[in-house]
Design a protein around this ligand. Structure first.
Ligand SMILES: Nc1ncnc2c1ncn2[C@@H]1O[C@H](COP(=O)(O)OP(=O)(O)O)[C@@H](O)[C@H]1O
Ligand SMILES: [Mg+2]
Length: 228
C-alpha cells in the first residue's frame, strides 16, 4: 500500500499559553488537491508548517510518506522534507537581487545534484510555469504574479510529492491570483498533491476537497462527509 503523503494524528501545538492546534487529524493522499480555510488566527499556518515538518508538534504524530518524524533527527528530517515537500508563501520569499534561474536552482541545493543539473532542472521548472522568458530577471523586475510563479517553480523543481501553499494568492490581484490557481491545478494534474490555504471562499469551494479549521481544530473535512 502506498502511504499518504502526509498524515497528522491528534496533533497539537502550543506556543506558551497559546494553543494554535488542538488535536488535529488530517490525511492527505498522493495526488490530492485540497483547500484549508478558516478565520485569521485559527491555526492554518501552524497546520501547514507542521504538515511540512518546518515545526514539530507539541503532541501527536506526524507521518511523511509513512515515516514518523518523531524518530528523525533534524538532519534526516531536513533531507526527508527536501525530497518530498515544496513550499509557497503569500510573500514569495524571494531574495532581492537574485535572478529567477538562480533562485530556483538554489532551491535544489539540498538534493546533492551537480550545479549544471540544478540549473537545467531550474530552467525546466521556470518554463513549466510560463517564465522561460524571465530566467535572468530579478524580483524587482517581475510582477507579483510572476514572482509567485518563480516561487512555485522553486517549490516544484525537485518534483516533490506534496506542495504546500500558504495563501498563495493573498498578495495578488484577482487576475494574477487566478493564473496562480490555474498553475496549481496543472501541477495537481501532473500528479503532485497540492494543499492550498486560502481566505477566498470561491477558491476553496472550487477545489475537490475542503478542510475547515476553527480554534485549532478541524471543524469540517469534506472528504469525511457521511451521506445519511
Ligand atoms: N511562533 C509563534 N509564537 C507564538 N504564537 C504563535 C506563533 N505562531 C502562531 N502563533 C499563534 O497561534 C495561533 C494560530 O496562528 P496561525 O497558525 O498563524 O493562524 P492562521 O494562519 O490561521 O492565521 C494564533 O493565535 C497565533 O498568534
Ligand atoms: Mg496564516
Amino acid at each position: 500500500m502506498i502511504p499518504p503523503v502526509v498524515e497528522l494524528r491528534g496533533v497539537s501545538k502550543t506556543y506558551g499559553e497559546v494553543t494554535a492546534l488542538a488535536g488535529a487529524d488530517l490525511v492527505v493522499e498522493r495526488g490530492e488537491l485540497l483547500a484549508i480555510v478558516g478565520p485569521s488566527g485559527s491555526g492554518k499556518s501552524t497546520l501547514l508548517n507542521i504538515m511540512g515538518t518546518l515545526g514539530r508538534p507539541t503532541a501527536g504524530t506526524v507521518l511523511v510518506d509513512g515515516h514518523d518524524i518523531d524518530g528523525l533527527g533534524d538532519r534526516r528530517l531536513s533531507a526527508l522534507r527536501a525530497g518530498h515537500i515544496g513550499f509557497v508563501f503569500q510573500s514569495f520569499h524571494l531574495a532581492p537581487g537574485v535572478p529567477a534561474l538562480d533562485a530556483v536552482a538554489d532551491g535544489l541545493l539540498y538534493g546533492g545534484r551537480p550545479r549544471a543539473r540544478r540549473r537545467r532542472l531550474a530552467e525546466e521548472a521556470l518554463r513549466r510555469v510560463g517564465l522561460g522568458h524571465r530566467l535572468y530577471n530579478e524580483p524587482h523586475q517581475l510582477s507579483g504574479g510572476e514572482k509567485q510563479r518563480v516561487a512555485i517553480a522553486r517549490a516544484v523543481a525537485g518534483e516533490p510529492a506534496l506542495l504546500l501553499a500558504d495563501e498563495p494568492t493573498g498578495a495578488l490581484d484577482s487576475r494574477s491570483g487566478a493564473a496562480v490557481m490555474e498553475l496549481l491545478r496543472e501541477l495537481h494534474g501532473g500528479g503532485t498533491a497540492v494543499v492550498v490555504i486560502t481566505h477566498d471562499r470561491d477558491i476553496a469551494a472550487s477545489l475537490p476537497r475542503e478542510v475547515r479549521i476553527k480554534d485549532g481544530r478541524i471543524a469540517h473535512d469534506s472528504r469525511l462527509e457521511v451521506v445519511v
